[in-house]
Write a protein that binds this ligand. Structure first.
Ligand code: DAH
Length: 338
């Protein structure tokens, strides 16, 4: 039998094998058997030695055609198997609703903090920051609270192994800011503070504070009153009134505590304000000259006011939350309400 006839036979045989391959795996086996490195085509090529010189060209041509034909058939069959497999599997249903991603929202304490900060930004204050891990100088001494001062007891805080403490108040940022920049100063400093308080409905060992500080020439108590009055009206409603009660803080002189008319009863008296009509929201005062001295500001040249408020306290009042612990329990039923 002439080798050309054998080529023809091999083509028919290969065609049949490819057509009959019903799976990708069988088809691959067929490919290896025919087109592989020691497959039937390679083997047939080796027989060129048996071919007479004048027929070698025709034999080579025939082998080439054979190889090309089988490769083409192989590709076609592969496509057929691939697409039928896709067709037989589960089909996507474009009419099904998409998978919705639940939308998160800001924590109520973050919302309140951002609201307060925004009001002061509109009044010309910029955000300042300081570390939560502090030293005694910034948390106490520079704020006019020397070692044996009784005010330390109210603000007893956590000591860390490396000799530092967790700050008990954001007033530290007053000092940090004045150490860095010269007046005029107008900063608002939100941050976390720590105190080893026994936990109950209104106390927690860590809470947020927002500190404010303004230093310039000729700042007076009238500036303090007008700024805090504007803040209260922006934050709690335009009919909100403020009341300044004399108080004491080591770092301000004079000092005051500020009440606003109750946002729920507008001053008439209700359960939230304990029938007082007023709710205390912050402490404030004129910066004590000793504080200026501790940061190297000339107390004769500069005057200033400072204030500090508790974020949880403001949030509890404005959002009507009756237990401070709710804010840290990560209970979505609570958080989703805001
Ligand atoms: N640091 C005070 C506290 O934690 C709050 C405070 C009162 C801050 C009066 C002030 C201020 O800046 O002037 O109780």
């Amino acid at each position: 039998m002439s080798l050309l006839v054998e080529i023809e036979k091999l083509l028919e045989e290969g065609k049949g094998a490819i057509k009959n391959a019903a799976s990708a795996e069988t088809l691959e086996n067929v490919r290896v058997a025919y087109l592989g490195r020691s497959g039937k085509i390679k083997e047939m090529m080796g027989r060129i030695r048996e071919v007479a010189n004048e027929e070698k060209k025709a034999f080579g041509q025939g082998m080439n055609d054979l190889k090309k034909s089988l490769e083409k058939l192989f590709d076609e069959q592969k496509n057929i198997l691939g697409s039928s497999k896709a067709k037989s599997g589960p089909q996507p249903d474009p009419t099904l609703p998409g998978q919705s991603q639940p939308r998160g929202s800001r924590h109520p304490l973050t919302q309140v903090t951002e609201h307060v900060v925004k009001v002061f930004e509109r009044l010309g204050f910029t955000i300042a920051d300081g570390p939560e891990m502090e030293d005694e100088f910034h948390n106490f001494v520079a704020l006019n609270i020397p070692d044996e001062h009784p005010a330390r007891e109210d603000q007893d805080t956590f000591g860390l192994d490396n000799g530092t403490i967790l700050r008990s108040q954001t007033s530290t940022v007053q000092i940090r800011t004045m150490e860095k920049i010269q007046p005029p100063v107008r900063v608002i400093a939100p941050g976390r503070v720590y105190r080893p308080d026994a936990v109950d409905a209104t106390h927690f060992y860590s809470f947020g504070q927002i500190e404010g500080l303004a230093v310039d020439t000729d700042i007076t108590f009238a500036d303090l009153k007008s700024v805090l009055g504007m803040f209260a009206r922006e934050m709690f409603g335009s009919d909100t009134k403020t009341r300044f009660r004399p108080s004491f803080f080591p770092f301000t002189e004079p000092s005051a505590e500020v009440d606003v008319t109750c946002i729920f009863c507008h001053g008439k008296g209700c359960r939230v304000c304990k029938q007082q009509g007023w709710i205390e929201i912050l402490g404030c005062g004129m910066v004590d000259p000793n504080v200026f001295k501790s940061v190297g500001y000339d107390p004769e040249a500069w005057t200033g006011f400072a204030f500090g408020m508790g974020v949880e306290r403001v949030a509890m009042l404005t959002l009507g939350v009756d237990d401070i612990r709710r804010f840290t329990e990560n209970d979505l039923r609570f958080l989703r309400q805001f």
